[in-house]
Design a protein. Structure first.
Length: 220
């Protein structure tokens, strides 16, 4: 019996790796805390969001645009999305990161999925907030190799960034808004609603008999 239960737990954990990504336009629900993305089944309903950066549609859409804009890099060849590709679970598939001018980093690119729940960031955990984390790759010489002042200057020349910053923050373009917009978008990169999540929430048909028996080599 103990062996069977062990096999079942292994099968359930393996099943939970199936992802249902929500990375397109996000739906929402409104609570006393304001606007939030609709959370997939299996995720904690409370996502830690700083009081000084509540989620809004305007911030998320600004962050989404910034995330995909190579203007943030020195040679304008690399966007955040270039190292965090949705089809690769928001990593880049390389052994170590590759920045502007082909410069190699020291570590593998971490995934961004469900990082809105994070309390520490980067592989060594040296950063404690998303707002601080999202600015580091921009300034890293081995990644995007820019200063925040240079980024702000470039964004002020952009076609609609002035209007987007006003709508999101009521201010002109600045590095604080850059950080808050990018962090807001990252908080909407969510994954859940796996077969395992549905099983735990009462759908006893979500897992096959083989999965419930804990044989990961036969998962459907």
């Amino acid at each position: 019996m103990q062996e069977r239960n062990g096999r079942m737990r292994l099968g359930l954990v393996t099943s939970s790796l199936a992802l249902a990504l929500l990375i397109g336009p996000v739906s929402s629900w409104v609570s006393h805390a304001g606007w939030r993305p609709r959370l997939p089944l299996g995720l904690d309903l409370y996502m830690p969001v700083p009081e000084d950066n509540p989620l809004t549609r305007e911030k998320v859409e600004l962050g989404r645009k910034l995330f995909s804009d190579p203007i943030l890099s020195r040679d304008k060849s690399l966007a955040c999305a270039g190292c965090h590709e949705p089809e690769r679970a928001f990593t880049d598939g390389r052994t170590v990161s590759q920045g502007v001018f082909g410069r190699k980093g020291a570590r593998h690119v971490p995934t961004l999925i469900n990082r809105g729940y994070g309390r520490a960031f980067f592989w060594d955990g040296r950063i404690s907030s998303l707002e601080e984390q999202v600015l580091q790759p921009i300034q890293d010489p081995k990644e995007m190799d820019m200063t925040l002042e240079e980024v702000v200057t470039r964004l002020k020349r952009g076609s609609d960034y002035r209007q987007r910053f006003r709508e999101a923050f009521g201010t002109e373009i600045n590095s604080e808004g850059l950080a808050k917009g990018l962090a807001s978008y990252v908080r909407t990169i969510l994954s859940g609603d796996s077969s395992f999540d549905r099983y735990l929430n009462g759908d006893r048909d979500a897992l096959s008999e083989r999965e419930r028996d804990g044989n990961p080599g036969l998962l459907s």
